[in-house]
Design a binder for this molecule. Structure first.
Ligand code: ADP
Ligand code: MG
Length: 255
């Protein structure tokens, strides 16, 4: 199997006027191409720090990060980052928001523009291309934000609690929706969340982090016997509760 991500012995501390805050201790894991990994851990344990290191926004104190076999600092364009808030610009239409990354990276070609239209059509935003973000529901905006990331064809998608700003009902639907889009597009993704249900409904594997400074407590592969393996079907499957209890126990054993 081809590895898209490799992390080895990552350590990171923040240094401020008040002293040192260790955030990550000895984090090692890898992700295979097309794999969807969820990283769960208590609030403030170091999840966003970990994603920032994978994205190359922070440099680890110790350890190495490779994406597609190359050191992160040597490659900038192949990681897509999706945040808690959709960060769409109100003064731009949905289409112009979706192609923003292409513009910034000088990748506006006939082919990439066509791809943007294709994704908008395919994922139900065809009639909203000329609308403003405020005219869309929270879920639709999050889908537009995902399409903006996907048109850049990232090798690896990083999702930082991307649904946590949505209300419960919307969160379930959007999580389901985005999970299925990522599977259809065969994207490798790392989702960090403090929501166990979200992790279990979406991922191939869950990595459990301790409280700060985060270290890996355990990694749990998720296997569901489902005819149609979708996030919503998972939530109703008997395995769901078993995994939930298992991960819950691991998280709390760390208290
Ligand atoms: P999480 O995403 O799991 O909630 P973070 O990675 O954002 O956690 O933060 C981990 C810890 O590092 C927190 O305790 C936070 O207070 C601290 N931290 C985060 N960013 C900074 C920063 N820029 N300067 C100092 N400390 C920080
Ligand atoms: Mg965070």
């Amino acid at each position: 199997m081809e590895q898209v991500l490799e992390l080895k012995h990552i350590h990171y501390s923040y240094h401020t006027l008040n002293g040192e805050t260790p955030a990550l201790t000895d984090i090692s894991f890898s992700a295979e191409k097309g794999e969807f990994i969820a990283v769960v851990g208590p609030s403030g344990c170091g999840k966003t720090t970990l994603l920032s290191i994978i994205a190359g926004l922070l440099e680890p104190e110790k350890g190495l990060v490779k994406i597609n076999g190359r050191y992160v600092r040597d490659s900038v364009t192949n990681v897509g980052y999706m945040l808690q808030h959709d960060e769409l610009f109100e003064w731009r239409s949905i289409y112009n928001n979706v192609v923003l990354g292409l513009e910034v990276q000088h990748m506006m070609t006939a082919r990439t523009k066509e791809r943007a239209h294709e994704l908008l059509d395919f994922y139900g935003l065809k009639q909203f291309k000329n609308s403003r973000p405020s005219q869309l529901s929270g879920g639709m905006r999050q889908r537009a934000a995902l399409i903006r990331t996907l048109v850049l064809e990232p090798d690896l998608l990083l999702l930082d609690e991307p649904f946590s700003a949505l209300d419960y009902q919307t969160r379930l639907n959007v999580g389901d929706d985005i999970g299925q889009i990522l599977r259809k597009e065969k994207k490798s993704a790392i989702l960090v969340t403090h929501d166990l249900s979200e992790a279990i409904s979406l991922a191939d594997r869950v990595i459990i982090l301790s409280k700060r400074p985060a270290s890996i407590i355990q990694t749990i592969p998720l296997i569901f016997q489902l005819e149609e393996d979708t996030p919503l079907n998972r939530r109703n499957a008997p395995e769901f509760k078993t995994y939930f209890n298992l991960i819950w126990k691991e998280l709390n054993s760390n208290e």
